[in-house]
Ligand binder design. Structure first.
Ligand code: PLP
Ligand code: TYF
Length: 398
């Protein structure tokens, strides 16, 4: 039955975790997969999460099925975090949200919804984008087009080219994927003015925005990171938002995220949401409970919420401090290359500008693990490895 099958390559980012794990070099550095780490190189459980879990252990009284959209009271948590508590879209009930297995589950369901409900479904994604976006959209039968995004010359956004391509080729009814903040893999975000310009164009052309919010709180702040998304939602009548709680609650393996649909009227949103329910049923029936129960418990307890907000700030500040230290140490090293652009990037990731050859030399000769694209997980840097890392980069880059 399976004799005709040959093995396909796995996710290169996940392969990098294993290569790093198996490397006996005591100086090894893991800047691969996008997981937050503290200064000891650990990915700890947040204190707010531990406390919420203790409460749940006492109070949880059933493991019966939840229902396809997850816990009904969880929708309000998703909506308030994304749009802000007093948003009229919430008051007008123009938004419906389902709890999903991670941001990935939300993306898959959104893709199936687009594939089944829109004529000639096509999605525009940034070049480059998160590696998993492409197989997810492909699996739902969407055709995928890319718009120019990252400019290796300036290490910024090719905004004029992006708009030129979209203006020339995007058609009414096409979907456009935007990263809410902390763009994966580049770390390069649109400015608020650029969000405004994209929003005007999306409105004028009649596109459906699909916003992927996987790193809320890791850029400039929990509300600040949603400024572009919130502006877009205030202007564009229809929108899909996929969000992940993996990073900002540190609950990666619990698989917790949300899929929200916004429409012009509450009735339209409710109709679309019922079709989203079909896609959920056909994929996984219903989401796992634990991660959402933790997030809900934290968000509904003022003390735990305050502690969580502080913990997110601490993660964000550590990453932004590391960016500055990296730039300073590289500037003080003997490399001729200017790395100051790293300061302006946001979130865990930085497109470093290292070539694939340089990445391989760093891996083979120094046990420094960076994705082939040159994407570094800045959170993997520590006080203990930063000098070793900067010396190695300076030597390899010259
Ligand atoms: N979207 C982006 C841009 C991501 O980087 C990730 C990464 O982990 C996800 C979605 C999915 O997150 P989750 O682990 O919650 O499925
Ligand atoms: O880009 C990253 O590193 C994160 C984590 O199959 C991730 O988004 C990477 C690959 C994958 C799942 C999650």
């Amino acid at each position: 039955m399976f004799k005709h099958l040959s093995a396909v390559p796995g996710d290169p980012l996940l392969a990098l975790i294993i290569a790093h794990r198996n490397d006996p070099n005591p100086n090894k550095v893991d800047l691969g997969v996008g997981v937050y780490k503290d200064d000891n190189g650990n990915t700890p459980i947040l204190n707010s999460v531990k406390k919420a879990e203790a409460i749940l252990l006492q109070q949880e009284d059933s493991k019966s099925y939840l229902g396809i959209n997850g816990a009904p009271e969880f929708a309000a948590v998703i909506q308030e975090l994304l749009l802000g508590k007093d948003n009229t879209i919430i008051k007008d009930k123009r938004i419906f949200s389902a709890q999903t297995p991670g941001g990935t589950g939300a993306l898959k369901v959104a893709a199936d919804f687009i594939g089944s409900s829109l004529p000639n479904p096509k999605i525009w994604v940034s070049d480059p984008t998160w590696g998993n976006h492409l197989p997810i959209f492909r699996s739902a039968g969407l055709s995928i087009e890319t718009y120019p995004y990252y400019d290796p010359e300036t290490n910024g956004v090719r905004f004029d080219d992006m708009m030129k391509t979209l203006k020339a080729d995007a058609k009414a009814g096409d979907t456009i994927l935007l990263h809410a903040c902390c763009h994966n893999p580049t770390g390069v975000d649109l400015s608020f003015e650029q969000w405004q310009e994209v929003t005007s164009f999306v409105a004028e052309r009649g596109l459906l925005p699909l916003v992927d919010a996987a790193y809320q709180g890791f850029g400039d702040g929990l509300d600040e990171d949603m400024a572009g998304l919130r502006h877009m939602a205030s202007i564009i009548p229809n929108m899909l938002i996929c969000n992940s709680f993996s990073k900002n609650f540190g609950i990666y393996r619990e698989r917790c995220g949300g899929l929200s649909v916004i429409a012009e009227t509450s009735e339209e949103a409710s109709n679309a949401y019922s079709i989203i329910g079909l896609a959920i049923r056909a994929n996984y029936s219903m989401p796992p409970a634990h991660g959402a129960a933790v997030v809900y418990t934290i968000m509904n307890d003022p003390e735990l919420k305050a502690e969580w907000v502080e913990e997110v700030s601490a993660m964000r500040n550590r990453i932004n401090t590391l960016r500055n230290q990296l730039v300073e140490k590289l500037a003080a090293s003997n490399t001729k290359k200017d790395f100051s652009f790293i300061r302006a990037q946001r979130g865990m990731f930085s497109y470093s500008g290292l070539t694939v050859d340089q990445v391989h030399t760093l891996r083979n000769d120094y046990s420094i693990y960076i994705a082939d694209t040159g994407r570094m997980n800045v959170a993997g840097i520590t006080d203990n490895n930063i000098d070793y890392l900067c010396d190695a980069i300076a030597t390899v880059v010259g």
